[in-house]
Design a binder for this molecule. Sequence first.
Ligand code: E4P
Length: 214
Amino acid sequence: MKIFIDTGILDEIREAVSWGIVDGVTTNPSLVAKSGKPFRELLEEITRIVDGPISAEVVSTKADSMVREAEDLAKIHRNIVVKIPLIVEGLKAIKVLSAKGVKTNCTLCFSASQALLAAKAGATYISPFVGRLDDISTEGMQLIRDIRQIYVNYGIKTLILTASARSPMHFLEAAKIGSDVITAPFAVLKQLAHHPLTDLGLAKFLADWEKAKK
Ligand code: E4P
């Protein structure tokens, strides 16, 4: 499973990249606003840190303007993947962009039927938001299972990018289901790297080593 970091904070990206586990980055308008940096400048800086897919979202809601915005973003760097919301205008834009060879990440997916439509339109990635479904008392990970099953049924090549991941359990479940990618905030990546028994075990080894030296 590829791991993307879901943030617009450059220090978080640099740190996670230094661990050797980051395959790409996802941003969205809220994360860009939180970064406090101008959008293009932020994207350019990210392309200098990570050599992998970097999702950048359009803010237009009409297909024609989405396509124009997407082409403009795609010119920034070969690794830019344009995020398009899963609305009818978004599907139209994905169809056009896919024919032009622009990579897309169809975002804000909340049903498996939507995911099938996005794939038919030619999306490179589909981003089902598991955490936001959990927030409304619906099992987010079931959506990933359903999409996986449908994509396997029809040999669909669109990549499943589990998004809105909020916990290590989302990560584990996504990997068990066979999600192609997960995007997770830096805080979740940190949680994944730590285990209390690892910390206790290491402390004991080091203490025993000190005793043995005496
Ligand atoms: C995905 O690409 C989105 O940026 C993100 O995962 C949304 O997560 P949230 O629901 O925690 O805001």
